[in-house]
Design a protein around this ligand. Structure first.
Ligand code: C5P
Length: 231
C-alpha cells in the first residue's frame, strides 16, 4: 500500500502530473483543491458573501458543515475521470471558473472548514489505500497544499513540487487559453493560501521537485522514480 502526497503552489502542474502518476501505477487520485473549490462554489450558490475582506467564518463553516453531512458531497478518484458531485449534480467544470478561483482562498482560509476537509480527505485516502478499493488497493495519490504536512505526513512518498513564479504564471495562462476557464490570479491566490498552509518550502523528509526547466514527461518520470524507490 502506497500513499503519495504531493503539494505545491498553483500552476506548478500538480494536477496533470499527479493524475498521470496515478494512472501509471493504477492508483486512485484525490484532488483536494477540488474539494475546497466545491465548498466555495457551494457558498456562492447559497448566497454567502465571499467578497467581504473578512468573511463571516461562522456562516461559511455552517454552510460547509451542511455540505459534508450525509451524502450531499461526492468526489470520484479515477485519475481518468475525477468528478465532483453535489446531490448528484456534476459541478466539476463549474468549480474551475474564474469566479470560484478568485474566492476559494476565502473559504480555505477558514480553519474549521479545513478541519472538516482534512478529515474527509484522510477518510478517502484510508479507504483507497485499503484492499478492495477502486484501484485494487495498491495506492493513492493525493495532491494539494497541506498533504505532506497535515493530511498525510506519514505518507510513503512526499513531494513538494515547485517552479519559478513566471513559469507557473505562463503554464496557468496557457491552460486558461486552452480551456477558456478565464484568468486566475495565481500570485494573489498563493499569497492568500500561504497564510494558512506551508507549500513554498519542503517540510522535513519531503522531497523538493523543482520542475521550472522540466517538461511534463520529465516531471512525471521523476515522480515515477520516487514511487518506484518506495515500493
Ligand atoms: O489545487 P487548486 O489550485 O485547485 O486549489 C484551489 C484552492 O484550494 C487553493 O488555492 C487553496 O486555497 C485551496 N487548497 C487548500 N488546501 C489544499 C488544496 C487546496 O487550501 N490541500
Amino acid at each position: 500500500m502506497i500513499r503519495v502526497a504531493i503539494d505545491g503552489p498553483a500552476g506548478v502542474g500538480k494536477s496533470s502530473t499527479s493524475k498521470a502518476l496515478a494512472r501509471h501505477f493504477s492508483f486512485a487520485y484525490l484532488d483536494t483543491g477540488a474539494m475546497y473549490r466545491a465548498c466555495a462554489w457551494w457558498c456562492l450558490a447559497n448566497g454567502i458573501d465571499l467578497d467581504a475582506e473578512q468573511v463571516d467564518e461562522r456562516e461559511v463553516t455552517e454552510m460547509v458543515g451542511e455540505l459534508f453531512t450525509g451524502d450531499h458531497f461526492d468526489i470520484t478518484v479515477d485519475p481518468d475521470d475525477s468528478r465532483v458531485l453535489i446531490d448528484g449534480r456534476d459541478i466539476s467544470d463549474e468549480i474551475r471558473s474564474a469566479e470560484v478561483s478568485s474566492h476559494v482562498s476565502k473559504v480555505s482560509g477558514v480553519i474549521p472548514v479545513r478541519h472538516v476537509l482534512i478529515a474527509a480527505q484522510r477518510a478517502v485516502m484510508a479507504r483507497e489505500a485499503a484492499a478492495d478499493s477502486f484501484s485494487g488497493g495498491r495506492g493513492v495519490v493525493a495532491e494539494g497544499r497541506d498533504i505532506t504536512t497535515v493530511v498525510a505526513p506519514d505518507a510513503e512518498v512526499r513531494v513538494l513540487m515547485t517552479a519559478r513564479e513566471e513559469v507557473r504564471q505562463a503554464r496557468r495562462s496557457g491552460q486558461s487559453v486552452a480551456s477558456a476557464v478565464g484568468a486566475d490570479d495565481v500570485a494573489a491566490r498563493d499569497k492568500a493560501d500561504a497564510k494558512v498552509t506551508s507549500f513554498m518550502t519542503a517540510a522535513d523528509g519531503v522531497v523538493t521537485l523543482d520542475n521550472s526547466d522540466m517538461d511534463f514527461d520529465q516531471t512525471l518520470d521523476a515522480l515515477i522514480k520516487l514511487v518506484d524507490d518506495a515500493i
